[in-house]
Ligand binder design. Structure first.
Ligand code: PBG
Length: 342
């Protein structure tokens, strides 16, 4: 027998494993909880969407997205200044054109609303990372994300336009191109076009896993991009499918995507986790308009505590595997961080 057992210490109850685990030990104080916290949401994780509207001067509120506005070309640079002052370092821009047509001309002409907006923003705030959404639905008279013939959205014919949009956005100064049009082969088409135009260093953030979701409802008000017939189920993914998301992500990675995105976020956290485990690319989650509207509406009724719900939501999206989150809450979060309320 060792000296210790002889001393009687080994027989003391302290040497026996307790009958249950005391998980609460690490939760006793705020400082201790902070020490063991596994997931953090900070300003560098957040991307703020910005709507630039060719049909207005100044600022126009979006009814279904309280706190979110459309900005005229005269007002958008000031808004980006406010975003920058809050410490947010990246935005994603969407355009609302004055004229729509069958081939979405407003999306790719050099003096299109997004191209002019990007030029103005980059001139005033060269360090702001400006991501350009590459899609046609806000610019086509059909409201669809590609070229339509006989009620069908054509894949290969649309790719040429989508690539052309990307190059015009890069020429305007966009730092990242984010195709959201859900055509097959768009990453390859855009990568080739950007490289040919000399933009070999412009990354592609692919909306690789984009579901045909009802959570985009308020955005379609905001960006005036609702389909004029049918829906997007022929090109966006069925929300019922999980394995298909892996195939979508694999294709885009193979074609040269620099970031992968899952959209929407809250109802698709399992998919985020799957893509996180399948790919080492930076992973983006889009916390979409409907997710924003639901929280704002419930908070306006006093039914939920908005800042806490927002923190829990964004933390969960990161915990599921996202590195970055596109969210309409980005400015709100930045204010909470600034005011030490986060
Ligand atoms: C364009 C696009 C959409 C969103 C982002 N880019 C709409 C859609 O696919 O119908 C939705 C974003 C949101 O709901 O916040 N295709």
């Amino acid at each position: 027998a060792s000296a210790i057992s002889q001393s009687g210490i080994a027989n003391d109850s302290a040497w026996h494993r307790p009958p249950f685990d005391r998980h609460r030990r690490l939760r006793t104080t705020p400082a201790l909880r902070a020490l063991v916290r596994e997931t953090h949401v900070g300003l560098d994780d957040l991307i703020m969407p910005v709507f630039i509207d060719e049909t207005i001067d100044g600022v126009s509120p979006i009814a279904s997205m309280p706190g979110i506005n459309r900005f005229g070309l005269d007002a958008v640079v000031d808004e980006v200044g406010r975003i920058a002052d809050l410490g947010i370092r990246s935005i994603i821009v969407f355009g609302i054109p004055k004229y729509k047509d069958a081939v979405g001309t407003g999306a790719w002409i050099p003096d299109g609303i997004v191209q002019r907006g990007i030029r103005a923003i980059k001139a005033a705030y060269p360090d702001m990372v400006v991501i350009a959404d590459d899609c046609m639905c806000e610019y086509t008279s059909t409201g669809h994300c590609g070229i339509v013939e006989r009620q069908e959205v054509l894949n290969d014919e649309s790719l040429e336009y989508i690539a052309h949009i990307a190059v015009s956005q890069a020429e305007a100064g966009a730092d990242i191109i984010a195709p959201s049009n859900a055509m097959d082969g768009y990453v390859l088409a855009i990568r080739s076009a950007l490289d040919d135009a000399g933009f070999v260093s412009t990354p592609i953030m692919s909306y690789a896993v984009k579901y045909a979701s009802s959570f985009y409802g308020p955005f379609r008000d905001a960006a005036d991009g609702a389909p004029q017939f049918g829906d997007r189920a022929g090109y966006q993914m069925d929300p019922a499918n999980r394995r298909e998301a892996l195939r979508e992500a694999a294709s885009d990675e193979r074609e040269g995507a620099d970031f992968l995105m899952v959209k929407p976020a809250m109802a698709f956290l399992d998919v985020l986790r799957d893509i996180r485990e399948a790919s080492d690319l930076p992973l983006v989650a889009y916390n979409v308009s409907g997710e924003y509207a639901m929280i704002k509406a419930a908070a306006a009724n006093g039914w939920i505590d908005e800042p806490r719900i927002v923190r829990e939501t964004l933390t969960s999206i990161k915990r599921a595997g996202a590195d970055l989150i596109i969210t309409y809450f980005a400015k709100d979060v930045a204010r909470h961080i600034r005011d030490h309320e986060w």
